[in-house]
Design a protein around this ligand. Structure first.
Ligand SMILES: NC(=O)c1ccc[n+]([C@@H]2O[C@H](COP(=O)([O-])OP(=O)(O)OC[C@H]3O[C@@H](n4cnc5c(N)ncnc54)[C@H](OP(=O)(O)O)[C@@H]3O)[C@@H](O)[C@H]2O)c1
Length: 327
């Protein structure tokens, strides 16, 4: 199958590209920067330049494509707003697919997006779900919670570096999933007609709260975390301030998530129907313990190697005092 993948340089997109190639599919990636995507070409993907916000670049990429997987979203560091990329850009993509010879479309949404109309990204995700349902396309929507990959920067690295770990006072447990597992669901959807024109939750095996994650990281790293809590009121204030600046628009939008996390309603879902329909096994999904344990084992080994190398160099450098015997 030839797949057009959008967002292939991202956290999830690169795992979708890797898995699709491993499964023998042809993968064409629509990317904004060819240099940022050079690793995809090395993996064997076809890389074409394009941008969701430039509709004229989308149609040529859809030539002779059997399915589209959309893993794109606004980068927090980008000066394009979520309205521009996640709404206008996605509408451009969906309309281009409607005018092409393919009708298969995989979309990544966010779990419970319909329940937060005041949170801009949630509202946009929900509207896109509805737009797809009315588009006539053969879509499958995968509703995600959070990525295990994001926990490394949030908890693991600050704990290893003795830096502060920020925790929102009102924290909600989240069923994080490994993006490598999410990638499997997206490719399996293309092979499973029962997933067509349907939406499914695709989330981890259980929900984890911030303090549980910190405990686990402390155990695996044998280090203590320096925890600081930040209240919802402070986050709301930061959001109000950042909203005034063009550069702060995306930050402000992300901070709206504080509202979602403050709801206290666990970000998790029953996955029995999803596993059954996709023919995937829960036992094969990465657990949080496996994911973080693998990370810490790898990083601790690396740190030990660096320490060993440093000590070796120190010993080597022990000066042979020049001309010692001449004085
Ligand atoms: N991260 C999470 O925890 C989470 C949770 C639930 C759902 N999701 C959803 O999962 C999907 C993937 O998220 P992610 O975190 O992997 O994203 P990410 O790492 O932020 O990557 C975003 C991708 O979108 C591309 N992109 C941005 N603007 C674009 C444009 N105008 N035209 C074409 N491509 C563009 C970026 O390309 P460049 O390299 O050019 O910037 C990058 O490849 C998204 O739909 C997201 O909403 C994520």
């Amino acid at each position: 199958m030839r797949i057009l993948l959008v967002g292939a340089t991202g956290t999830l997109g690169r795992q979708v590209a890797r898995y699709a190639l491993d499964q023998g599919h042809e993968v064409r990636c629509l990317v904004r920067s060819l240099s940022r995507a050079s690793f995809l070409a090395e993996w064997g993907a076809e890389v074409v330049k394009g941008d969701l916000c430039k509709p004229e670049t989308i149609s040529p990429a859809l030539q002779e494509v059997d399915a589209v997987i959309d893993a794109a979203t606004t980068r927090i560091t980008d000066n394009l707003s979520i309205e521009t990329v996640d709404w206008t850009g996605k509408v451009n993509l969906i309309q281009a697919v409607q005018n092409s010879d393919t009708d298969r479309y995989i979309f990544f949404s966010i779990l419970n997006a319909d329940q937060y109309p005041d949170v801009p990204l949630m509202k946009i995700k929900h509207c896109t779900e509805l737009f797809l349902q009315e588009s006539g396309l053969n879509y499958t929507t995968l509703k995600l919670a959070g990525f295990m990959q994001g926990l490394i920067a949030q908890y693991a690295i600050p704990i290893l570096d003795d830096e502060v770990v920020w925790v929102s006072g009102e924290n909600t447990p989240i069923a994080y999933m490994n993006t490598q597992d999410i990638a499997k669901f997206s490719i399996k959807a293309l092979e499973t007609p029962e997933t067509e024109k349907k939406s499914f939750p695709v989330v981890g095996t259980r929900a984890w709260g911030a303090y549980e994650l910190i405990d686990l990281c402390e155990r695996l790293s044998s280090k203590s975390a320096k925890i600081s809590t930040v209240s919802l009121t402070v986050l709301r204030l930061i959001r109000r301030v950042t909203r005034f600046f063009a550069w702060g628009q995306n930050t402000a939008n992300r901070l709206f998530f504080a509202e979602v996390l403050a709801s206290g309603k666990a970000f998790e879902a029953d996955m029995d129907n999803t596993y059954e329909t996709f023919g995937l096994d829960k036992q094969e999904m990465t657990t949080m313990e496996e994911y973080l344990s693998e990370y810490f084992t790898r990083i601790m080994k690396k740190l030990k190697e660096i320490d060993y190398q440093k000590n070796k160099n120190k010993k080597r450098k022990k000066p042979t005092v020049p001309y010692k015997n001449q004085f």
